[in-house]
Design a protein. Structure first.
Ligand code: GLY
Length: 352
């Protein structure tokens, strides 16, 4: 496993990755190195990371609280204040060491600080390895509305070191698996079949192939005008469901992947009704998903709130919800309009 060249930056998978990072720091002569962590990555990942970094520059660690609930502009202000108090300037670099919240928020913080400082992503969860850390999307949530504030900005480098996966829970691994399933369904059915057959799965290969796919898509459509929208498969309804659980004071939050997995089942169902996506494949997707994730009971009385949240999806135009749906595996149709009745029916199908 070597390096995948993204549009302006490398994604390193190899043993010399940290040497590449140390070289980057020396070549660019950064003034201060800021490392953004949360309490978990500070405890479990930072001790693995720091001995690998060879530099005589000043290193400052900034810790934020973990969790999607903290992926907001208030946390960004805290980080900007910390960078300022610690003497950050335009020649500083921010290294994000964490999951999707850290890489998304950190990239956004870096891109706005003094109109932009360099950043490097070191994802520590499966989700951030296969999705969030690559592709140049940065941002934060607005209340419970996911990723409403943000910009496209590319890191200088991404390092994928699967050693960090020993620090995360099975539930986190399953969360990232949903994004791999998404790549399989929309782009490379072989990948979906590997997960389905669940034999001799090599996590390193799955991650490498996922990043390859994401990169192929992003290279063709970096700003999500067309093809990149396929990466939102399952996310339109999935984000609304995720936000609904985030907002609820009584229900336990779903992970991103758990919500997206429900979204994929529902969106396959919508695809079968609107585009003739084969119904045996809807069943297949549902079975694979339910073999990995516990079933969530979506309550009828919650459908209205979920529908309301759906109206805030970033892909909506003129108040119209836009879905990416499938004619078949690897065969998509963008910007599909779906009636409220069918969306509700798809959630009932998931429940059934
Ligand atoms: N996570 C979807 C994308 O990066 O486009």
């Amino acid at each position: 496993m070597q390096t995948i060249q993204a549009v302006t930056y490398p994604v390193h998978f190899h043993n010399n990755s940290y040497q590449e990072l140390s070289n980057l720091i020396a070549d660019k002569n950064y003034s201060t190195i800021f490392i953004l962590v949360d309490e978990n990555t500070f405890e479990h990942c930072y001790p693995k990371f720091i001995p690998n970094l060879s530099t005589d520059k000043t290193i400052e660690v900034i810790e934020i609280e973990s969790g999607e609930i903290n992926k907001n502009i208030e946390t960004c202000i805290g980080v900007w204040n910390a960078i300022t108090e610690l003497g950050g300037d335009r020649k500083s670099i921010l290294i994000t060491l964490g999951g999707g919240v850290i890489t998304d928020l950190g990239g956004f913080v870096a891109s706005c600080f003094k109109r932009g400082i360099d950043f490097v992503n070191i994802p520590t969860t499966l989700l951030s390895m296969v999705d969030a850390s690559v592709g140049g999307k940065t941002g934060v949530d607005l209340g419970v509305l996911k990723n409403q504030i943000g910009l496209f900005a590319n890191p200088k480098m991404v390092i994928v070191d699967t050693d960090y996966l020993t620090t995360v829970t099975d539930r986190e691994i399953k969360s990232g698996t949903a994004e791999i399933i998404k790549y399989g369904i929309t782009y490379d059915v072989k990948l979906f079949n590997e997960i389905k057959n669940n034999k001799d799965l090599n996590i390193n290969d799955l991650i490498f192939r996922s990043v390859e796919i994401k990169n192929e898509v992003v290279l063709q459509d970096p700003k999500e005008k067309n093809l990149r929208k396929i990466l939102n498969f399952g996310h339109t309804l999935g984000h609304a469901i995720e936000s609904f659980y985030l907002e609820s004071e009584v229900k336990e939050n779903l992970t991103h992947g758990e919500a997206i997995a429900i979204g994929m089942v529902c969106e396959c169902y919508m695809s079968s009704k609107l585009l003739g996506f084969p119904s045996d494949k809807v069943t297949e997707v549902k079975e694979v998903i339910l073999s990995i994730y516990d079933k969530t009971n979506l309550l009828k009385e919650d459908f209205t709130a979920i529908m309301d949240l759906l109206k805030h999806d970033k892909k909506n135009v003129n108040g119209q919800v836009n879905f990416v749906l499938l004619n078949d595996f690897e065969d998509y149709k963008l910007d599909c309009k779906v009636s409220e009745e069918l969306i509700i029916e798809s959630m009932e199908f998931y429940n059934s």
